[in-house]
Design a protein around this ligand. Sequence first.
Ligand code: ATP
Ligand code: MG
Length: 564
Amino acid sequence: MNDNLKAEHKHFINEIIESDRAAGRHDGRVATRFPPEPNGYLHIGHAKSICLNFGLAATYGGTCNLRFDDTNPSTEDVEYVESIIADVRWLGFEPTAILYASDYFGQMYDWAEELVKKGKAYVEDLTDREIAEHRGNFFKPGKNSPFRDRAPEENLDLLRRMRAGEFPDGSRTLRAKIDMQSPNMNLRDPLMYRIKRARHHRTGDAWCIYPMYDWAHGLEDSIEKITHSICTLEFEDHRPLYDWFLKELGIPDPPRQIEFARLSLNYTVMSKRMLLELVQQRRVSGWDDPRMPTVSGMRRRGYTPGSLRAFCEGIGVAKRDNVVDMAQLEHAVRDDLNESAARVMAVLRPLKVTIENFPEGEVEWFDAPYHPERPGMGSRKVPFTREIFIERDDFREEAPKGWHRFSLGREVRLRYACLVTCVGVVKDAAGEVVELRCTWDPASRGGTAPDGRKVRGTSHWVSAAHAVPGEARLYDRLFTKENPLDVSEGGDYKDLLSPSSLEVVAGCRAEPSLATAKPGDRFQFERLGYFCVDPDSTRERLVFNRTVQLKDSWAKIDGARKSG
Ligand code: ATP
Ligand code: MG
């Protein structure tokens, strides 16, 4: 039906939309929206919803709004509004319109009066607790409130006075008059408005009654002429209510609510409430801490917009909840950076090496391409001098079997430069090796010897005199347990935060081409992983976030899955 859409990426929502179009519903239009509540920063679960909604609009030549569901002033803030707009754009999507539910408060209120006049809504005087008691539960039908049969005129008068601010907070509510015996709890006279004196970040003090989500959401969709209102599975049981309000208001050609499974990832939590708690209790450095599953955290860590979109596309759209392996997310960013990131050399834990037969004060410049398969990315010169640093891990005093890197008497290749042989070690008083003495073979410039002798090991390195200092921040999973919400041993998810989720390595040395690197720049540090320059960097000291290691555990899992 649609040429833009590859068959393997089709999911049940495509089917629904295509059959609606075939039936001529909504004149064949497709209009979606992404409706965040501005009470926190976006996380990767929201990115899934963004990709889905904007993606459907693109597939069918439709529209997609960014609509702030700002109906609960006490938890909302402009800081969140701004971060959400920035994150959506960073992900690569431009909303057809940026809209606010609060702009519809007047229209929503008029509709509420309409339902009151029709006898479909009433003002309730019971307290929250009494309402809950009357509501019953899954096994027990509810009881009608003594205020349920108020006359429409009385209800209208009370509602107007609620709005005018005559009653204290929490003293009255407006409820839909549906069915207190319904097996669906959501239909047992749900609340539409509560009284709450809270300053709204857009409407200020204009309102002292605020609409409830279930009442507001379908109205917002209708006002914007949304055709397909996509939400997560927990709203499935709310759909009859969504439809009821629109039917009672006589909305023509109403939007259709469609539910899909939320994205969950292992080793992290994905609820704004919990993420906010981590921020407020300073368990992380902020919403954009690179360990956070937030879009801003992932951006700071070095994830690319393309990698997040590819991940969201790759996991598909499911009707049943499942947990996605973090390794799959890491696979997506590795895949993307493998294509695009410049290869450079940096040493995280330096070990000094002196090249005994290299003249003091001299510099030899070797050509080093930025990407082995992308000649278009160009190259730079790396300086080779008498004193260099190699990775401490690349030296073993007792070389195990199969060791091809530095060890006494062994010849090793320095990437892009030459072959060197370790001829001695210098130890400190404690017996720890603090320096290697090597010789180089001037005939091996470029990394191969003219006699073709075999040298298996290659190490990265930097010239001591030229290297720029830096700090590396190595990240690991934020939680120790696959499901941090499983606290069968007591405590809560915060007790499962991993003490090794951040390791700070000071005293790193990077090749001089990095001196001009700016926050947000991404690199592959050869043999170490992908890194991104952090905004904490200063002129004196660069800070590098490790985005992801080079080793890919998901490719293996996925390969086994596909062939098995
Ligand atoms: P949270 O529970 O994290 O606060 P939320 O659903 O309350 O999330 P909203 O701001 O109301 O957050 O969500 C905006 C949109 O993003 C909604 O349509 C919601 O269904 C969707 N969404 C939120 N979390 C996820 C997720 N984990 N996976 C997919 N979609 C999500
Ligand atoms: Mg919410």
